[in-house]
Write a protein that binds this ligand. Structure first.
Ligand code: PLP
Length: 421
């Protein structure tokens, strides 16, 4: 590793990194690795949807053009029930964004309280959510926007550190929720072990209205031949005597169209009627034409998996390129470590403590846009200043290669300068 080099050797490495960086800046690149969006070619996979649906009648005779059907089309819920591990009768198919469902469940808990609990969250002296880190910036921003206190919890390779989680929920009745991305998590690709899921479902909580926000955004977004399976949170909660504990979310944003997909909510019968009751006040029904379009296009569970295989063909080479380039440029230097996800949309890159911001700003000066350092932590504050999120799906492969090569140069530059300080 570079920390074992002599002063002369390290200086030579820094000088080489400076030359490479100057050459990089000279190229005047303009590349963007900021957001986990599907590429245009991925969206093209679903372009047949633009001429669907062919009809307008659902399996039960419902005219999808009309109002009503608050739970969403039964045949669409049947397709996603197994994939999201939610019984079809307890699954809602909604409009185009699971994030908006998360938003609404929080608003309803704040303003109306949760089933079986007298007190609304707004009437509590304090509401706090546990935030496994690194995590998804939009989860943190959504909770923060409503004044919910964000408590970071470290992640390990089996999910959130459960000793820490169990301690916090047992001792603090104001801890009302936890954000979880249980499969191929954003951003480090970790999938929760069965033991982690079991402990989340069974742990005693001081708050009677504690909820797990189970955002299974990447349920079918595999990057390998061997899909990761996670334990069934709703079943385990029910078995543990905590049937109302988990809210399950998912969507087809990264299956069909990110801007025109279908979002899902699944939970216990009590929670589902609770949400349906409140949703009935804000809409006379979801976009069932879009539901029908998805049913006609995806057909069944096998159809979803087959469609996801085509996504994998497009994005797996990008993930592989990132790993190859980082290994070639940074392997053995000790300047960085990075995740090798088996699915999902992100890679997390950890650089020397106290240098992520600097790497991101060097990259920006060279025309490579990265998610701001710190975004993976509550309040945008990564105390170690070491985690950088890489989103390789949107740019085409040659741009990914250029951008990651450039990023590696920035890591070498900032890392060698730091070791010489
Ligand atoms: N949840 C996670 C973990 C995500 O990474 C994303 C998008 O990046 C979303 C939710 C957004 O989902 P939707 O498009 O259904 O609102």
């Amino acid at each position: 590793t570079f920390s074992a080099l002599t002063l002369d050797e390290l200086t030579a490495q820094r000088d080489r990194a400076r030359r490479d960086y100057d050459a990089l800046v000279q190229r005047g690149l303009s590349l963007d690795l900021t957001r986990g969006k599907p590429s245009a070619r991925q969206l093209d996979l679903a372009s047949a949807m633009l001429t669907l649906p062919g009809g307008h009648t659902a399996a039960d005779g419902t005219d999808c053009r009309n109002y009503g059907g608050g739970q969403g089309l039964a045949e669409l819920r049947a397709i996603f029930s197994g994939l999201l591990q939610v019984p079809a009768a307890q699954l809602l198919a909604a409009n185009n964004s699971s994030l908006s469902l998360m938003h609404d469940t929080i608003v309803h808990a704040l303003l109306s309280g949760l089933p079986g609990v007298g007190r609304r969250w707004v009437d509590e002296p304090r509401v706090a959510f546990l935030c496994p880190v690194p995590g998804y910036d939009r989860h943190f921003a959504l909770a923060e926007r409503f004044g919910i206190e964000l408590i970071p919890v470290p992640m390990n390779d089996e999910g959130p550190d459960m000793d820490v989680v169990e301690g916090l929920v047992r001792e603090d009745a104001q801890v009302k929720g936890i954000w979880c991305v249980p499969k191929y998590s954003n951003p480090n690709g970790v999938s929760y072990s069965d033991e982690t899921v079991r402990r989340l479902a069974a742990m005693p909580t001081a708050a009677p209205d504690f909820r797990i926000f189970w955002d299974n955004a990447y349920a079918v977004h595999h990057l390998t031949e061997t899909p990761v399976e996670i334990a069934d949170i709703l079943a385990l909660c029910a078995e543990s005597g905590n049937p109302d504990r988990a809210f399950v979310f998912g969507s087809t944003s990264k299956i069909t169209f990110a801007g025109g997909g279908v979002a899902f909510f699944g939970s216990s019968p009590a929670n589902v009627s609770w949400l349906l009751g409140h949703t009935g006040k804000r809409t006379i029904g979801p976009d069932k034409i879009n539901h029908l379009r998805h049913v006609e296009f995806l057909r069944d569970e096998a159809g979803v998996l087959e469609h996801m295989r085509r996504h994998r063909e497009l994005i797996q080479p990008k993930f592989e390129a990132v790993d190859l380039i980082l290994t070639k440029e940074l392997g053995g230097t000790g300047l960085a470590t990075w995740s090798k996800p088996l699915g999902g949309y992100f890679i997390s890159l950890d650089v020397l403590e106290g240098s992520a911001r600097q790497v991101v700003s060097r990259a920006a000066e060279a025309g490579i846009a990265l998610t701001p350092a710190g975004a993976t932590h509550p309040y945008g504050d990564d105390p170690a200043d070491s985690t950088i999120r890489i989103a390789p799906t949107y740019p085409e492969l040659p741009e990914v290669e250029l951008a990651i090569g450039g990023l590696a140069t920035c890591v070498r530059l900032v890392g060698t300068e730091r070791l010489l300080e």
